[in-house]
Design a protein around this ligand. Structure first.
Ligand SMILES: C[S@@+](CC[C@H](N)C(=O)[O-])C[C@H]1O[C@@H](n2cnc3c(N)ncnc32)[C@H](O)[C@@H]1O
Length: 288
């Protein structure tokens, strides 16, 4: 126990996977660089690796450049849905410390953040407490949702949001089905994430997700790591190292029986000199 605590402390001190996002001086491009880790733990499934990673980074996640990204995501979402602060209930999935949730909260009746990182959820709830917001209006829970009756006290939502997290999910098809389970009939799912830029030449690859590969789901598993959008040192927490194409997102939404699919580019991001496109995708659960 002591040994593992020391190991965690040492990793933290060495700045394991601190992520930096900064706004480019010019235009409205977001420049996102991710610091190289001191050590990489391998041999973990993506969910466990993410939990470990985000537990360690929670306390210093709230860089103002991440905040700018959350603001752009929030703007894209609020421009595309008629929120009613007296009635709209929201789940923010993979909420981390609540950057997006805090931007959306003023537009909602209530917002529940969900994340697998206890460290991130603790920071989320501490912020809510400090702002004097009652938990029935805003809170986060640490749970790996399955999409079965009884989870989240049976609550269903008008809107579910998930921002810059889909690239962390190994199986976006099952995550989307699971999220659809938590939508009310007629409810809307918003996914904001990063798509490969056409300039980076991955659009052709992105069609391969329909082919079955043994261990991966995005069709990029045989591609070179070095030409990926996400740098090699974070690829153990990023199964979709080339980002997510429109086709991949649409297939996931279709598979979850979400209709009225839309997909729009809202911003440009730079990751270690590679250009990506920030997109917002929406889909609606059929009315009962
Ligand atoms: C880049 S952060 C999300 C940022 C956040 N949406 C915001 O607005 O600031 C990615 C998050 O995904 C969470 N995550 C990764 N895999 C997950 C899973 N399978 N279920 C729930 N959360 C997950 C991580 O713990 C982390 O907090």
């Amino acid at each position: 126990m002591l040994v593992s605590s020391l190991a965690v402390f040492a990793h933290h001190r060495l700045g394991l996977f601190r992520e930096f996002i900064y706004l480019a001086q010019m235009a409205d491009i977001i420049n996102l660089d991710i610091e190289k880790p001191a050590a990489v733990s391998t041999a973990k499934d993506f969910a466990s690796a993410n939990k470990e990673h985000f537990d360690k980074t929670a306390s210093h996640h709230e860089d103002k450049r991440w905040l700018e990204l959350a603001r752009r995501a929030a703007r894209a979402i609020t421009e595309r849905y008629k929120f009613d602060e007296d009635s709209t209930t929201v789940m923010d999935f993979a909420c981390n410390t609540g950057l997006l949730a805090r931007e959306l909260a003023p537009h909602t009746k209530s917002i529940v953040g969900v994340d697998i990182s206890q460290g991130a959820v603790d920071v989320f709830n501490e912020r809510v407490l400090n702002q004097g917001i009652p938990p029935e209006e805003m809170r986060a829970v640490c749970i790996e949702l399955k999409g079965v009756e009884g989870e989240l006290d049976g609550q269903k939502f008008d809107v579910i949001t998930c921002s810059v997290s889909y690239h962390h999910f190994e199986d976006i098809n099952s995550i989307t089905k699971m999220l659809s389970f938590f939508l009310k009939p007629g409810g809307t799912l918003f996914v904001v994430d990063i798509s490969p830029s056409e300039k980076e030449g991955h659009n052709e690859d992105s069609h391969q997700h329909h082919h079955h590969h043994d261990h991966h789901h995005d069709g990029h598993s045989h591609g070179s790591s070095s030409d990926a959008l996400f740098p090699e040192h974070v690829q153990h927490v990023v199964p979709h190292k080339h980002g997510l194409s429109r086709e991949m997102i649409q297939a996931a939404f279709d598979g979850a029986a979400l209709t009225s699919f839309t997909f729009e580019i809202i911003s440009t991001v730079m990751l270690h000199g590679k250009e990506g496109q920030l997109f917002v995708a929406t889909g609606t659960k059929s009315p009962a």
